[in-house]
Ligand binder design. Structure first.
Ligand SMILES: [Zn+2]
Length: 123
């Protein structure tokens, strides 16, 4: 009789452990899905910095200031590939060099980014 009770307890314990593992896996999945948008955003930012014009150290070379806005507006949103709009076109100095800076915003998702341009020197 005692063996029967022990066997029943062992089965119950096994089921309980399996259920706990299932709950644990679900909790991990929920946490991961909550962090996904943030992770995507970080990944997009990282890729933006690697692209030409993504940092002041790696500006896109253009022939004239008028090209800056056309170029910045033509590059699709890195997040949703929606059309980008130029919010601001400024001149900033980085490491002793004057660069053109375009601050653009996605018309679909509102994502903002900055692109750096250098005016080609005329010979
Ligand atoms: Zn977008």
């Amino acid at each position: 009789m005692i063996w029967l009770i022990l066997a029943a307890l062992a089965v119950a314990l096994g089921l309980l452990l399996r259920e706990l593992a299932r709950i644990g896996r679900r909790a991990v999945a929920v946490v991961e899905s909550q962090q996904a948008p943030k992770r995507l955003d970080l990944e997009v930012r990282r890729l933006e910095r690697l692209e030409p014009g993504g940092t002041p150290e790696n500006p896109i070379e253009v022939a004239a200031p008028s090209v800056v806005e056309a170029h910045a507006g033509r590059t699709p949103c890195p997040r949703c590939e929606g059309p980008m709009e130029v919010d601001e076109h400024a001149v900033e100095e980085h490491a002793g060099e004057r660069l053109r800076v375009a601050r653009v915003r996605c018309r679909s998702c509102g994502h903002r980014r900055t692109q750096y341009f250098r005016l080609a020197r005329l010979n």
